[in-house]
Design a protein around this ligand. Structure first.
Ligand code: GLY
Length: 371
């Protein structure tokens, strides 16, 4: 069964289709968008080995031709060099304004291909076919596209909404347990930020979902995407509510910088640890009872996820070092740290001007394994 979530953005509205076998059905799904039966696919070499044939078959069965550029896998691909390579390849393939670019891959490919589509001929349409859990529940929806620069992650980009998102639940079977659980960090985030009932549902079903139950996986993706769609519809360009999606991310970005954006810590793992730290900070500020961060951590642990700073292999900077890394965060405005904090599970809000002393205390205790 396929579920549809509508992202309502006026003339830029689109559907997110969620179900099994959608890659094989991509041609039928995309046909109404195409002015001519031809698309350009951007993917990475690893994903191409797993899913490209199925996609090309799904396109050719309804007569759609495709050309493919497979880029190197990994975060380093979100660069000026691979962006210009992609844009020039699209121009050489004579992709025109009325054509459609297809992003087949995880967050790296989705962000890069979306940005290439945004600037190609001042904007062509694109379709996201996310192949990681993280991309299905977060990065493929909402139109944030971009690349990294030596100055930081995602500092260059554009808001450019896709025309369609096909989240094929079957492809999640090809993820390693670690990659799946990293994506699950973003799923938990939705419950924590705005839906206590969803968090309870995850407490009940998370372990079965993690070992492969497709119906539960589809439901978790649907509920996550619905929450994101609702938030993006209210605040497309992050002037207000959309910042709630950054729960756990200020801590996460500091930890990712401290670990060199390496395999030591995947983004979704950092989000999960960051959510636990955001709830700990909220409890210390008296915003929520201490049971709330304990419950967050208990669920992450029950899922076998990285939960605490001691779960990150290798050394980390001290609390002041981590605070200094946080000060580089995009959410800093006029030097004031902005955090997403919570009055309880499912009740996040944007907190301006958080006392750095409290955050330093949380980090110091976490580094000393006292949390
Ligand atoms: N990943 C956060 C957002 O799309 O706003």
């Amino acid at each position: 069964m396929t579920n549809t979530v509508r992202v309502s953005l006026d003339t830029r509205s689109y559907d997110v289709q969620i179900g099994c076998g959608l890659i094989g059905d991509a041609g039928r799904q995309m046909s109404p968008l195409l002015a001519r039966p031809r698309v350009a696919i951007l993917t990475d070499e690893k994903v191409a080995g797993l899913h490209l044939e199925a996609l090309r078959d799904g396109l050719s069965v309804v007569g759609i031709d495709s050309d493919t550029l497979a880029l190197p896998p990994g975060e380093a691909t979100k660069s000026w060099a691979q962006l210009s390579r992609s844009v020039e390849w699209l121009l050489e393939r004579r992709i025109e304004r009325r054509d459609v670019v297809v992003a087949l891959g995880g967050g790296v490919i989705g962000d890069l291909a979306g940005f290439a589509a945004a600037i190609l001929r001042r904007g062509v349409r694109f379709v996201q076919i996310p192949t990681s859990l993280l991309a299905q529940v977060d990065s493929s929806v909402g139109g944030k596209t971009g690349i990294n620069t030596p100055q930081g992650k995602n500092l260059v980009g554009a808001f450019h909404q896709p025309s369609l998102v096909l989240a094929d639940i079957g492809v999640l079977d090809t993820l390693s347990a670690r990659d799946f659980l990293a994506g699950y960090g973003e799923v938990v985030k939705y419950g924590l930020l705005g839906d206590a009932g969803f968090f309870e549902w995850l407490e009940r079903h998370g372990p079965v979902l993690a070992v492969g139950d497709r119906e539960l996986r589809a439901e978790a993706v649907r509920r996550s995407v619905q929450m994101k769609a609702d938030i993006v519809a209210r605040d497309e360009t992050e002037q207000g509510d959309r910042a709630l999606l950054n729960l756990g991310h200020t801590f996460c970005h500091a930890l990712e910088a401290a670990t060199g954006y390496s395999e030591r810590l995947l983004h979704g793992e950092g989000v999960a640890i960051g959510c636990a730290l955001a709830f700990e900070t909220s409890a210390r500020l008296g915003l929520c009872p201490q049971e709330e961060p304990s419950r967050v951590r208990a669920h992450l642990k029950a899922m076998g996820m990285k939960t605490d700073l001691r779960d990150i292999p290798g050394d980390l900077p001290d609390a002041d070092g981590l605070l200094a890394l946080m000060a580089q965060d995009k959410k800093v405005i006029d030097g004031q740290l902005r955090f997403i904090l919570a009055r309880g599970i499912g009740q996040a809000f944007v907190a301006e001007d958080v006392d750095p002393g409290i955050v330093r205390g949380v980090l110091a205790d976490a580094l000393d394994s006292r949390i």
